[in-house]
Every structure is written in structure tokens, then in C-alpha cells.
Design a protein around this ligand. Structure first.
Ligand SMILES: C[S@@+](CC[C@H](N)C(=O)[O-])C[C@H]1O[C@@H](n2cnc3c(N)ncnc32)[C@H](O)[C@@H]1O
Length: 501
């Protein structure tokens, strides 16, 4: 029977997966590489310390850092090391007593952390909890026996690859009219992955349908209702999600204290990004799945919302959300200048593909990004990058264009500087953005002087845009500079034009 997506059975199958598998979930089944990385631990430690520089802690009380769905526990361990190392630079944070709480819904996973030798090394810093943010149980810390509520210092909540696993609803807005997306979860006739005690999510088919819905009455919950009505008012056409369970989770977490949320996940950070897609398919892994997180909606639930601005749906986005009603200049600086501008998490991960195999698109873009969009870096990878641009996804296309424009903003011309206008022209032509390519070829001619190949390429752009007479003129200029140039001769021939005498 078709149901609201948030109410269908797939979410329960996902919970069963984590509860049943325990630590086996991380044995080459569930993605964890980026969100458990040294780079993310480094980013989070910097942002936590920056927050405490902006809003000094009450040193008589601990500062709690609660991780939701900690999984392997590796992020928490590395975060502790990073905090310990970095706070030496900031006297105001040296006496803070951090308590890092790892939590999850799988008992076996909690026991794994409790006996992990790495956590013995830092036992003063950690506590553990078997906790689901949806149960009515309070957050009870297993080591200290304390119940965490109404903390005096800000409570940092970490949630990596977490909100992507929680129930949401999906809608489509067509010319201001709302339709809800329904799903029918149909078990496959012959299951391949399930066991006696667990139906594996790969053994179900999802059949989607749409029907008209009324945003004013759809949700009883005022937060979800306001969000959906706001989307209907703001979006002319496109798909939106309402992260009902994540919003409920955040509301419950507020009993812990004043929240600062740090989350990294595949997701949409703005409304235009969210609605640019016709629907929101899940990504199916080996027994679990993830949906793109609607960070736009989560950000609206907080006083402050900072998000990365990667133009990709394939990379991981990081957000910092906070209920603190004070200026946060150190946080802004860290977030915008380092976490976002340097984009170290995605770029570093992308570069791993270089070590594994032939460079991939992501790896070459990683080189450009880690060089902070230096035009020289683009010029160095341009030759290898161009052939990879054919047949890329929409998300990759956005990512490439954003990187190219950032490199162009960094252009500083002098004789001997990187030939970046040529590479921009070439890459835009390969992407099929011919007017932008033509503009860059024209810039290149102005910089380096008339060149047969540049006129030929400009002719190609004109031809692709349907400007026949301009194309012919460009091909003739190419031949005037290089008599008999094969490419220009062939281009004129294929247009049925007479060749210059
Ligand atoms: C995709 S994993 C992410 C693990 C870890 N944060 C990381 O980045 O590798 C999701 C985690 O959330 C936990 N979790 C807690 N509540 C959940 C729920 N209601 N549904 C699914 N997973 C839940 C799972 O047990 C699992 O450890």
C-alpha cells in the first residue's frame, strides 16, 4: 500500500541492520571513510575551540560533546587528540574539561568502544551511551552514571552520516501546487540478502507515486508545517524533502542544553540546490542506504547556520548550526576560511583515487581545490581534465563550473603567467558551454596574439551555437594565419564553403 515515505518500513530495516550487525556493519559494508577521517576530526576540533573562544565556557562545568550514531568511534577518538593538541594554542580553552560522549543504538557497538584500548588511553575524556534520540529515555552516561540534561555550557552535537538515515517525506511542487510522493515497499519474490531474523533492504522494491496534498493541513507539527508551507510559497517548481525525524531529533536534543551542531553528510545546503533535482533517490549500500540530507531545513531550526558551498551532490557537505545568541567571529573565520574555502575534507578524499588508479575527475578537481583554485593548478590538470568532462553527471557539471569560475576570479595576468584563459575556453567548450568558451578564446587572442588554432576553436564555438557566418569567418582567419591548416580546411568543407584561394 502506498504510504508517506517517513512512515514506510525501510527506516526500520535500516535500524535492524545496525542493531543486528553491530561492528560488522563497518566491515566493508557501510561507508565511513570521509566522516571518520583525520581531516574532519581536525575541522571539528577547530570549530569547537573557536566556539569556546567566542563564548567562553564555565570552567566549573564540563563541556559535553555528544556524538550521535558514532559507528566505529574513530571520529571521536581523533577529535579528542585534535582538541588536546590544538587547545595548547589558546590559553582560554586549556582548563576546559571536555567530555566526549559516543552514542549509538547498537549494544555491541557500545561495548566495542568500552573495551577499545585507544579509549583507555584517553579515558578521562570519554563516556558512552546506548541511546536513540527518538526514545523517551534520557541520555544516561554509562561510565559516570550521570543523566545529561540542562548543561550549563553549550552542548556540541556531532552527527555524521546520521541524518541521512532518518525518516523524511518527499514532495513535488508544480506551478505552486503541492504533490506528496508516496512509496510502496514491496518485498522481492526471491530474497538474496536477507536472513531468518532480518529483511535486507536490498530485498525490497520501492514503487513511487504522487498525489495532490495540502501544505496547510499536511503536518500537525508546527515546525514541519511551517517548513512545508514556506517551501510551497518559495518554490515555483521542484522536489523538496521535509526531514521530519531529524527535526524531531533536534527538538529533543534541546533538553541537553544550548546546542551547537556539527554535521557532515551528503546533502543539500540551500533551497536552490534542494529543488534542482527532479526527485531524491536513495543511495543503496551493502544492506543500508542513505538519502541526501536537507541541511537547508535543519539550518532553519537554528539561530545560526553555516554551511559549506561545494557545488556538488557527490561530495560531503559540512554544517555548523547553533542556538547561541552571541557573535561568533572565530567560528565564522574557521568555517568560512578553512573548512569551506580550503574544502580539505572532500579534496583530500578525492585525491586518494590518484593513489588507487588512474586519476579520476574528482582527483583532478581535488588538486585544483587543495591549491585554492590556483590558475596554475588548473592549467596543469587541464589536458587530463578535458576528456573526463564528457558524460559527467549534473552534480559534477556544477562542481566543475564552480571550480572554473573560482580559478578565473584568481587570474592575474602577466607575460609568462598560466595560460588559464585558453584552458578555461577549452574546458568550457568540452562542457558544451560555447558562449563562455568563446569569450575565453577571445581573451586568449587578446593576451597571446592571433593564433590559427584559437581562431579555429572560436569558429567551432560559433558553429555549435548556430552562428554560421561567424564560424566561417573564424575558420578563414585560421587559414589566413596557417595556410592549409587541416582542421580549418575540413571545417569549411563540411559547411560546404569554398576554400580561400
Ligand atoms: C551511516 S552510520 C554513520 C556512522 C558514523 N557516524 C560515521 O560517520 O561513520 C549511522 C549510524 O547511526 C546509528 N543510528 C542511530 N539511530 C539510528 C536510526 N534511528 N536509524 C539508523 N541509524 C541510526 C547507526 O547505528 C549508525 O551507527
Amino acid at each position: 500500500m502506498p504510504q508517506r515515505i517517513s512512515q514506510c518500513s525501510i527506516w526500520k530495516l535500516q535500524e535492524d541492520y545496525y542493531r543486528n550487525l553491530g561492528m560488522a556493519a563497518w566491515d566493508n559494508r557501510t561507508p565511513y571513510f570521509l566522516t571518520n577521517s583525520q581531516v574532519v576530526a581536525d575541522n571539528y576540533a577547530s570549530l569547537i575551540l573557536a566556539t569556546l573562544l567566542d563564548r567562553p565556557a564555565d570552567l566549573s562545568q564540563p563541556v559535553y560533546i555528544v556524538e550521535l550514531g558514532s559507528g566505529t568511534g574513530r571520529l571521536a577518538y581523533n577529535l579528542i587528540r585534535e582538541l588536546e593538541r590544538k587547545r595548547r594554542y589558546f590559553p582560554a580553552t586549556q582548563k576546559v574539561r571536555f567530555q566526549v560522549v559516543l552514542s549509538d543504538i547498537a549494544e555491541e557497538t557500545v561495548q566495542f568502544w568500552e573495551t577499545h584500548p585507544r579509549f583507555h588511553d584517553v579515558s578521562f575524556w570519554v563516556d558512552f551511551a546506548l541511546w536513540s534520540p527518538f526514545s523517551s529515555e534520557p541520555l544516561r552516561l554509562r561510565k559516570s552514571g550521570k543523566v545529561l540534561e540542562n548543561a550549563r555550557n553549550p552542548v556540541f552535537v556531532l552527527a555524521n552520516y546520521f541524518f541521512d538515515s532518518l525518516p523524511h517525506d518527499e514532495f513535488f511542487i508544480r506551478a505552486g501546487q503541492l504533490e506528496e510522493r508516496l512509496v510502496d515497499v514491496v518485498p522481492k519474490a526471491v530474497p538474496s540478502y536477507s536472513s531468518a531474523n532480518r529483511l535486507d533492504v536490498r530485498d525490497v522494491d520501492l514503487q513511487y507515486s504522487y498525489r495532490p496534498a495540502d501544505a496547510t493541513t499536511y503536518y500537525q507539527d508546527p515546525v514541519c508545517s511551517a517548513l512545508l508551507q514556506g517551501y510551497v510559497g518559495a518554490v515555483a517548481s521542484g522536489a523538496v524533502t521535509v526531514p521530519v525525524a531529524s527535526l524531531a531529533c533536534i527538538a529533543r536534543l534541546r533538553s541537553l542544553g544550548t546546542l551547537c551542531l556539527l554535521s557532515s553528510d551528503r546533502g543539500f545546503t540551500t533551497l536552490p540546490a534542494l529543488t534542482a533535482y527532479p526527485d531524491h533517490p536513495w543511495a543503496l549500500h551493502s544492506g543500508c542506504f542513505s538519502h541526501m540530507v536537507n541541511f537547508d531545513a535543519l539550518g532553519r531550526a537554528f539561530h545560526k547556520y553555516l554551511h559549506t558551498t561545494h557545488h556538488t551532490v557527490d561530495g560531503v557537505q559540512t554544517v555548523f548550526c547553533s542556538d547561541l545568541e552571541v557573535e561568533l567571529p572565530h567560528v565564522e573565520y574557521e568555517f568560512r576560511e578553512r573548512v569551506d574555502r580550503g574544502n580539505p575534507a572532500n579534496s583530500a578524499v578525492a585525491l586518494f583515487s590518484m593513489a588507487r588508479e588512474e586519476p579520476k575527475l574528482a582527483a583532478l578537481l581535488g588538486v585544483v581545490k587543495l591549491n585554492l583554485y590556483d590558475p596554475n593548478a588548473l592549467s596543469m590538470v587541464g589536458l587530463k581534465l578535458a576528456p573526463m568532462l564528457k558524460g559527467i553527471t549534473y552534480g559534477e557539471h556544477l562542481d566543475v563550473v564552480a571550480a572554473l569560475e573560482e580559478c578565473w576570479r584568481n587570474d592575474y595576468y602577466f607575460r609568462g603567467s598560466a595560460n588559464v584563459t585558453f584552458w578555461l575556453g577549452h574546458l568550457y567548450q568540452t562542457l558544451g558551454l560555447f558562449d563562455r568558451a568563446l569569450w575565453f578564446f577571445t581573451q586568449t587572442i587578446e593576451r597571446v596574439g592571433a593564433d590559427a588554432m584559437l581562431w579555429y576553436l572560436s569558429g567551432g564555438c560559433h558553429e555549435s551555437m548556430g552562428n554560421r557566418s561567424e564560424a566561417v569567418a573564424c575558420y578563414k582567419r585560421a587559414l589566413a594565419l596557417e595556410t592549409g591548416m587541416a582542421e580549418a580546411t575540413e571545417a569549411l568543407r563540411s559547411l560546404g564553403e569554398p576554400l580561400p584561394a
